[in-house]
Ligand binder design. Structure first.
Ligand code: AMP
Length: 282
């Protein structure tokens, strides 16, 4: 299968699909497709007649010291996977296409990006909102599928859809994991053998704390402190490990019953940053 490279080309293809009466589900990705992405494709297929994917490593969401240059790019391989999954169209633009001409405008985010990845990666979610806003305007899908893996992204995009009146329904796909529990990620390729063996430790810590909270543990801070120390002793560097409210994405010390929370962590193994989370409904 061939990717559509220009905005006119992908628009033409998507319009033809719509004229034939098809509903469209859209799955944006940065490529280096793994089973997590494929699980989103399959979920998208359940919601709409045809699935459109994008493969684009968006420079706007990488800080200068991040891994934009090293990020794996495997377009031919990815296209073969898309074909196998029955994806109708793939949009794989260049930076010149996505950011052609003067770019005078940006999107600001308040509140929802103060903590978690928003706190650690300034400008990250602004870059994501910018590109997803463009992609939604180009594809105009009926549904768009994103992973729980990037739960703050989902929450902020949900807010964008509401505040900017995008006519699209967002769908969240569960986190696909390796057999040992590690959340699949294109960045797992950076891990050496030793780091790969350690990596599921993050999920195990989240599971442990999650169970304690669900069982009614009172001192969440102490529990988290203990897990951070354990992870550090194993060789992880902790960015954050905390309980956050689902609505505001802000740290919570005392979870209350009837509310929804996210237990989330970001850690480094060497230079590689891993994230993971659990949704906790009290
Ligand atoms: P990325 O290519 O990393 O930008 O991810 C594209 C989409 O795939 C995002 O909506 C991610 O949340 C989602 N995703 C990434 N990893 C996983 C995973 N392990 N399971 C399910 N979805 C994932």
């Amino acid at each position: 299968m061939e990717a559509q490279r220009t905005i006119d080309d992908i628009r033409g293809k998507v319009q033809s699909l719509k004229k034939e009466g098809n509903t469209i589900a859209f799955v944006p990705t940065m490529g280096a497709l793994h089973e997590g992405h494929l699980s989103l494709f399959r979920l998208a297929q359940k919601h709409a007649d045809e699935v459109v994917a994008s493969i684009y490593v968006n420079p706007e969401q990488f800080a200068p010291d991040e891994d934009f240059e090293e990020y794996p790019r495997e377009l031919e391989n990815d296209l073969a996977k898309c074909e196998e999954e029955g994806i109708a169209e793939v949009f794989a633009p260049t930076d010149e296409i996505m950011y052609s001409g003067e770019q005078y405008l940006s999107i600001e985010i308040e509140e929802l990006n103060e903590y978690m990845d928003g706190g650690s990666r300034p400008g990250f979610f602004e870059g994501i909102l910018l590109v997803v806003n463009k992609l939604f305007n180009i594809i105009e899908p009926d549904f768009a599928v994103f992973g729980q893996k990037d739960i703050q992204q989902f929450r902020i995009l949900q807010q964008m859809v509401t505040e900017f009146n995008h006519d699209v329904e967002l769908v969240m796909g569960p986190i696909k994991r390796a057999n040992d529990g590690l959340a699949l990620s294109s960045r797992n390729k950076y891990l050496n053998d030793e780091q790969r063996k350690l990596a599921p430790g993050l999920y195990r810590s989240l599971q442990y704390v999650g169970k304690q909270i669900s069982d009614g543990a009172k001192n969440v801070e102490l529990l988290l402190e203990h897990q951070k120390n354990e992870l550090e002793a194993k060789g992880f560097k902790i960015d954050y490990l905390n309980l956050f409210s689902f609505e505001k994405m802000k740290p919570v010390v005392k979870p209350e019953s009837g509310s929804k929370y996210i237990l989330a962590g970001a850690v480094y193994l060497g230079e590689t940053r891993l994230i993971d989370n659990l949704i906790i409904e009290k």
